[in-house]
Design a protein. Sequence first.
Length: 501
Amino acid sequence: MTAVAEIMDYDEVLDRFDPVLGLEVHVELSTKTKMFCGCANEFGAEPNTQVCPVCLGLPGALPAVNGKAVEAAIRIGLALNCQVAEWCRFARKNYFYPDQPKNFQTSQYDEPIVFDGHLDVVLDDGETFRVDIERAHMEEDTGKSLHMGGATGRIHGADYSLLDYNRAGVPLIEIVTKPITGAGERAPEVARAYVTALRDLLRALNVSDVRMDQGSLRCDANVSLMPKGASEFGTRTETKNVNSLRSVERAVRYEMQRHAAVLTSGGSIVQETRHFDESTGSTSSGRPKETSEDYRYFPEPDLVPIAPSREWVEELSQTLPELPWERRRRAKEDWGLSDEELRDLVNAGALELIAETVEAGAAPGDARSWWVAYLSQQANTRGVELADLAITPKQVARVVALVGEGKLTNKLARQVVDGVLDGEGEPDEVVAARGFEVVSDDSELQKAVDEALAAQPDVADKIRGGKVQAAGAVVGSVMKATKGQADAKRVRELVLKACGQ
């Protein structure tokens, strides 16, 4: 377990220091193939089955740029209000890690494809905070190291390590903010709100599945403190690969408190990478943080520069979808939401999911009910963010449609959703596999009703005598006999009819 360092009370931190943040978000693109080769870009394949000489860095293998990845990078830049470079190129970032078989990463250094943008994010109370974007550049992801036998999953204490190179070469966009100042006590909240807004934007652009639990969206959080009245930034630390929205907020807050405790005790902050521990909410030291000089960047000799024409950039700008904040304004009007209701849906991470479910065919009320009630409960139970549940808005809309068609009861629908969440397939596949379709044939229902009435003659007499509320007991018996697959409303009608009511 990570040893928790001494930290300062948060209010005292704010009395003494001003925080400065820098957020680097890595986004894996959902292209069919990798960045520089034709290997499949799919999550979850058997280790080392999606590799070739190019992504393994074998001698003589030459890369070729994935055009769809370049297109995605430009669309991301346009959505972030960035300028698109008229000319840019790749560079080699040289370093050795076991999960980078080439001993260098093909990336962009001083010539990114998009730069100088901004993203306005909405905080919990509805206030807007502008985060300035330094750049978004293209690169490739690394492989994955699995450290076996240890208690923490890290190399320290492990018995041995395994390497999976399937992820090596996956298209990656790194979005880097300019220093974020002026957030004060709300700095952790700003960090979470920014990553949340960015995730919503990327999902709307359909360039990534932005699954933080699977690593397709990862945040590196840089934190430093300035004494009140100072003008120079303090030494920063970089907490690597934070993989949930809540953890982004917790990691920033903890580092602010840790920095303050170190600085006020006469110590100095070491520029280093750090790891976030979900169980303790604390960070631990990783390795000294390199500077750009340490990476010995130089232009990639095997790839030609990229020069997007202004006509192409304009064409791509016309493909941008309705952006999340525009959708929110429309949803508020179309669904008759108050400011408070809208803010609650946004803070719960539900608004975009509800909107996409409506677009897939569900009524707004049904979509809202599923995401805010049952699915939110499931997210809490499973310990994941709502958007990270293993069910899509399209699948939720299909469940709603099955209920509307009378093929599922609400109770059965929840069980179907459970099946989808547990990886049993599409809603219709779960219905077929579990035999869940509603019994709607009147002849079958009448038979079940007759049997239930015969088994409860006293109840039947009460119904015949005008006590129609007693029908509930018979309906319950029929529902039990049909394993909940009968239409309860239709069963009640048949019960009352059979009893002359």
